[in-house]
Design a protein around this ligand. Structure first.
Ligand code: ADE
Length: 418
């Protein structure tokens, strides 16, 4: 299988949309210019498992410009942009294995096709490459220098492997870089989640009771954006610290069993399973909207919804209406998969610029330093994170102050007191 995509004839549209995204990815463009000259990834085979979007296309082209031999498969069955997949294959000669709406069997067939590339570096968004290698394709480990991981859920899975002493190669936790999670997770997920809900439903956010489950970086973003559009936002949490943050950010905080009776729109962004479940479905009002923006489709107990309903209708492209036995209707968006990529286009290029700059520079770091790494989860080196922040700010044409010699001295001294 050299590639497996929906339709190569979609490439024209994809090419233009990739160009549009790249316009807002100046940091990645700078990295690509340097990579083109220096070829730091020459001879490196990279298997990427990412959402197949215009922004990921820009990353693939950057890695290729650096001399890498790349293949790409989807990191979610519903997030692929088929026109982008077509353009990557036709215009940029990058093999892609991804079709929007593929079933789970095809999804894993595509993961395995990407692994047939025998990568030196794995680039994951959710750790499906790493977990497939660890469970089924251990023969590949000897050729692997390291992996990189894009998302919170993936990093959690990897840290669990590491803790149990089972991790077979080093992995860089790109998600944990400040220039990634502070912007991508917060502003990216915030905007694209609300965007996905609106595109799927065309519902009015203003005046709605908008329940956000989880007040991590993604939850903070979704709550902030919904508030900005005039929603009455309710936050549910299990962590006292995050709950206090939500309260002091001006949100109502309560258990889901209380929020379930009030909410009009529910979004889960916790990274854990069955956050919305039977006990909550029983309490919900007629006509509510429920969706997930966490990485995996585990946050809503869909089998319970199936069991509790007597009828199911597809109302719009990403809206499934479940009629409960008592007649109430619950509308599930995007099959419980991440709504920001299922019904919208994922995070805007401006934030993916920093996320994928971290990916590109982490790949270069791995190539140069793999012999010094052991089988652990590593942070992105601080100098890379800081360089990306500085480049991004410069690209935004925003200047900031610098410390005077006296201020530097003051900050490094301990003698001065009251
Ligand atoms: N994850 C969230 N948004 C994304 C995007 N636009 N491209 C790739 N991965 C993403």
């Amino acid at each position: 299988m050299k590639h497996h995509i929906r339709d190569i004839r979609l490439s024209g549209k994809g090419k233009l949309r990739i160009e549009w995204a790249e316009e807002n990815m100046p940091v990645l463009r700078l990295i690509r210019e340097r990579f083109s000259k220096e070829k730091p990834l020459r001879g490196v085979k990279i298997s990427c498992c990412l959402h197949v979007t215009t922004e990921s296309a820009a990353l693939m082209m950057t890695l290729k410009a650096g001399g890498a031999d790349c293949v790409l498969c989807a990191s979610n069955p519903l997030s692929t942009q088929d026109d982008v997949a077509a353009s990557l294959v036709k215009d940029y000669k990058i093999p892609v294995f991804a079709i929007k709406g593929e079933d789970d069997k095809t999804y894993y067939r595509h993961i395995n096709a990407a692994l047939d590339h025998e990568p030196n570096i794995t680039m994951d968004d959710g750790a499906d490459l790493v977990s497939t290698i660890h469970s089924k394709r251990r023969n590949l480990v000897k050729g692997i220098l390291a992996g990189t991981e894009e998302t919170t859920t993936g990093v959690i899975r990897l840290k669990s492997l590491e803790k149990k002493g089972l991790l077979l190669f080093p992995v860089i936790a790109v998600n944990d870089a400040n220039t990634k999670h502070m912007f991508d997770n917060r502003y990216g997920t915030g905007q694209s989640t609300v965007d996905g809900i609106i595109r799927a439903t065309n519902e009015l956010i203003a005046g709605s009771n908008f329940v956000v489950a989880g007040y991590g970086w993604c939850g903070k973003g979704a709550a902030q954006r919904a508030k900005g559009m005039g929603a009455n936002v309710i936050v549910t949490e299990i962590d006292p610290l995050c709950a206090i943050e939500a309260v002091m950010d001006g949100f109502r905080v309560m258990p889901m069993r209380e929020a379930a009776r009030i909410g009009d729109i529910f979004v889960t962004v916790t990274g854990d399973c069955n956050v919305l479940r039977a006990e909550h479905f029983k309490l919900m009002k007629d006509g509510v909207i429920i969706c997930n923006s966490g990485h995996f489709n585990v946050e809503i107990d869909i089998p319970a919804l199936d069991r509790m309903s007597r009828k199911k209708r597809k109302m719009r492209e990403f809206v499934e209406e479940y009629t409960m036995k008592d007649g109430r209707r619950i509308n599930l968006l995007g099959e419980g998969r991440l709504i920001n990529l299922a019904a919208a286009e994922g995070h805007p290029a401006q934030v993916m610029d920093m996320s994928f700059a971290n990916q590109a520079l982490s790949a270069e770091f791995v190539k140069l330093n793999s012999n010094r790494l052991s089988n652990k989860v590593y942070a992105v080196p601080k100098d890379i994170d800081e360089k990306i922040a500085a480049l991004k700010l410069r690209s935004m044409k925003i200047a900031i102050d610098t410390l005077t010699a006296e201020q530097k001295e003051y900050l490094s001294s301990w003698e001065l007191g009251t």
